[in-house]
Design a protein around this ligand. Structure first.
Ligand code: ZN
Ligand code: ZN
Ligand code: FE
Length: 754
């Protein structure tokens, strides 16, 4: 039998995920000699044995890699056999290594759960159990390479039992950097309202009891604190909302199983699959009509977020009798970043929780829970954070030089690109918030350090007033200014590896247009480098500027005034009474003079205006509230469409629609029908605009981007219309369709500029 030797170079997320023990065990299984070690960019393997065994090894490597690994490339070549016998794992780190990819945080695995629940196991009920196949990574790494001294486990020397596991290539905990046990590892601590230590033998049991009693707890998790309380206790939920200054935005609820969630929410098959997936995201679902949940979980809305436990602590709490439905909301006030250190919790958020379940394993960097909404067969990522970060999006080609893309000012996510990787940062939030702004600066520095990236080019939104753009322009680097909706479409193109030109349908809130007005609903023909505006929604007046986005009635009043003239107040007394006549007079004054009254083509503003005209919602207590309400009341049996026009320049004309809608707000049936017909009309107007764009350009690929596509009903209506017309549709897969995906589009545009 002829002996052969192969050298195999594996790239991707292959370090810190149990890759070398996997290779070691595979080599043993196929009776191969050789070695494996962590290389500069991944893992390098040499195997020696029979040709057939080597082939089987290669197949095994590609078909059944360890669960946490993500293989991007395998390059293999035959080399001279060395006549070796054993197989060795070379454990030293390569000198001057380039930074390898860092794994994301993982939910506790089934093997660890089984051990944790086994009274005979030495980690029975140990809240920091983990192994190579599970546990935190990104949130405890201080610097690369991923090695215990460079993690927040550095202060916990392993006991002999843990060390033995760590050193044994056949053990599930071989080189599991956060490996720990009750003897040597981190411990829980319970604190009272004044941050005083509460001595207790069973922290978990005591916490579960306090939650049952209706207390509010701050619980330290993987990427920050959660505030928790019994979701069925109206008083506790109200108290939490008040203390956290979160008025109406739905609160996320965690339960121990799909069955427990199904007691209060209607779940579809795809929703269940995503809930159970290892990212354990918050999934938006519809509340059942009759549930035990407190009304305050999602006031006035059916849709709210649910998720399953993903940390050992969460599993233990449910096992110890915590309420079956637990509010688990980010540990922050209002729109501030999630708090992840003891100091901040004590100093800044003291007074919110009645008790604190905390621990002494430091969180190095914050990372919120991810949020996903299922629209038909698409799992739309609304917030890309824990479970995604910092695994990069693969680029089709290497960037010529490292780029920092600053994203936008709302739902900010930045992106650093180097080589063939685009590293998107975690969810930062809205930069108008001073703390979020600080988090933006600090997180960029953290990421630059972690991946050793020194940007040589900055890509920013062309908005003259964005703080994110101002940051990028201050760096002293060459700057690429990117139009907001071009970035939305370019992100979709990049993700779907499209080349050349496409038709882009950007239905969005607001974005600065090169003509100095606010754009928002654009039909574009674009490549990565260039774009052309082929159509748009009619412009709306925004009396009061930024205030108009928070108070939809302003836009509605201006629209009614423009459509019907002064007489609209007599025609629609109910609307006038709801808003108040005095406020309306202020608006007509602004429309007449044009002072503090910018115009915008934003779809978000159209949804706002229609929600107000139909008297569904007059004020947005949180971003997107009015559009969400409008979507939720739309009558599913209504398939009618309002008449609309398309002008010579591609501008849509919605006057008829406004006239008809204005008369539908007085009855519930009218509102529900009006909401549905509005969605239908927007979808048809977008589809017809694409046909017009195809007639001009000959293009047939349509990319959908922008925040309005978070609206599942809109997507559900638009997709079949585009398909009937023979278009090929592309949506984002790995990044949010909202401004959370903007930075990736900015990278795409910047890459195309020579
Ligand atoms: Zn595990
Ligand atoms: Zn130990
Ligand atoms: Fe946007």
């Amino acid at each position: 039998m002829k002996t052969v030797r192969w050298k195999i170079d594996v790239r991707g997320v292959v370090q810190g995920v149990g890759f070398r023990p996997f290779v070691y065990n595979a080599a043993a299984m196929f009776k191969l000699a050789g070695s494996v070690f962590n290389s500069k960019k991944g893992v390098e393997i040499e195997i020696e044995g029979s040709d057939a065994a080597c082939q089987r090894f290669l197949t095994h490597l590609e078909k059944q890699p360890p669960p946490l690994a993500r293989i991007d490339h395998v390059a293999s070549a035959q080399i001279e056999p060395k006549g070796e016998t054993g197989f060795t794992i070379v454990t030293s780190h390569p000198e001057g290594a380039e930074v390898p990819l860092i794994s994301k945080d993982w939910d506790v695995c089934a093997d660890c759960l089984r051990e944790m629940m086994d009274p005979a196991d030495r980690r029975h009920r140990y809240p920091f159990i983990n192994c190579t196949n599970c546990g935190p990574r990104y949130t405890l790494i201080t610097k690369a390479p991923y090695d215990r001294p460079y993690t927040s486990m550095a202060g916990f020397p392993m006991c002999t039992d843990c060390q033995r596991e760590y050193d044994d290539p056949t053990n599930r905990r071989f080189h599991a950097q956060p490996n720990a046990c009750p003897v040597c590892g981190p411990r829980l601590k319970l604190r009272g309202a004044a941050w005083e230590d509460i001595a207790c033998a069973d922290h978990i049991g005591e916490t579960a009891r306090l939650l049952r009693e209706g207390k509010i707890l701050a619980i330290k998790g993987v990427g920050g604190y959660h505030f928790a309380c019994d979701a069925r206790n109206g008083g506790a939920v109200e108290a939490l909302r008040e203390r956290k200054m979160r008025k109406e935005k739905p609160l996320a609820v965690m339960s121990n199983s799909i069955e427990d969630i199904a007691a209060y929410a209607d779940l579809t098959g795809p929703q269940k699959d995503v809930l159970l997936s290892r990212k354990k995201p918050i999934v938006l679902v519809n509340k059942k009509n009759e549930t035990a949940l407190a009304e305050g979980i999602a006031p006035g809305l059916r849709e709210f977020g649910v998720f399953l436990p993903y940390t050992p602590v969460q599993h233990l709490l449910f096992a110890a009798g915590a309420p079956a439905a637990l509010v688990m909301t980010s540990g922050n006030i209002s729109d501030e970043p999630i708090v992840f250190t003891e100091e901040e919790m004590e100093e800044r958020l003291g007074g919110i929780a009645d008790y604190y379940l905390t621990h002494n394993r430091p969180i190095v960097w914050r990372c919120d829970d991810p949020v996903i909404r299922i629209a038909g067969t698409h799992a739309m990522i609304l917030r890309r954070s824990r479970g995604f970060v910092p695994v990069p999006v693969k680029l089709a080609k290497e960037v010529a030089r490292p780029i920092l893309a600053c994203g936008g000012d709302l739902k900010n996510v930045f992106c650093l690109a180097k080589g063939e990787n685009a590293f998107l940062g975690p969810h930062i939030g809205d930069l108008v918030n001073a703390e979020a702004n600080r988090n933006f600066h600090e997180s960029i520095e953290h990421f630059k350090g972690l991946f050793g990236i020194v940007p040589e080019l900055a890509a920013v939104d062309m908005h003259p007033g964005y703080q994110s753009s101002a940051y990028g322009r201050r760096l002293g680097l060459p700057v690429v200014e990117v139009q907001h909706h071009h970035a939305h479409i370019a992100a979709v193109m990049l993700e779907n590896k499209l080349k050349g030109e496409v038709i882009g349908v950007a239905l969005d809130g607001t974005g600065y247009g090169p003509d100095g007005t606010i754009w928002g609903s654009e039909i574009l023909a674009c490549s990565y480098a260039k774009f052309q505006r082929l159509g748009h929604f009619p412009a709306l007046k925004l009396p009061g500027g930024d205030k108009a986005a928070k108070e939809p009635w302003r836009v509605a009043a201006a629209l009614l005034y423009e459509t019907f003239g002064e007489s609209f107040k007599e025609l629609f007394p109910a609307f006038v009474a709801t808003v108040g006549e005095k406020k309306i007079d202020g608006i007509t004054g602004m429309v007449d003079t044009g002072i503090n009254c910018p115009v915008s083509t934003g779809a978000g503003r159209w949804f706002d205006a229609v929600a107000s005209i139909l008297m569904v919602q007059q004020v947005n207590a949180f971003e997107g509230q009015a559009p969400m309400m409008l979507e939720s009341i739309a009558d599913p049996s209504e398939d009618g469409v309002f008449p609309f026009g398309i002008g010579e320049d591609g501008a849509l004309q919605f006057d008829h629609m406004v006239r008809e809608l204005a008369c539908m707000g007085e009855t519930e049936a009218g509102r529900d029908a009006g909401a549905a017909k509005f969605h239908n009309t927007i979808a048809l107007a977008a589809a017809d605009s694409c046909v017009r764009a195809r007639n001009i350009t000959g293009l047939n690929d349509v990319c959908l981007g922008g925040g309005s596509f978070q609206n599942a009903l809109l997507l559900k209506k638009l997709e079949p219309l585009l398909m009937e017309r023979g278009f090929k549709i592309f949506l984002p897969q790995q990044v949010p369709v909202n401004d959370g995906g903007l930075a990736l589009g900015q990278i795409a545009v910047a890459m195309s500029i020579k």
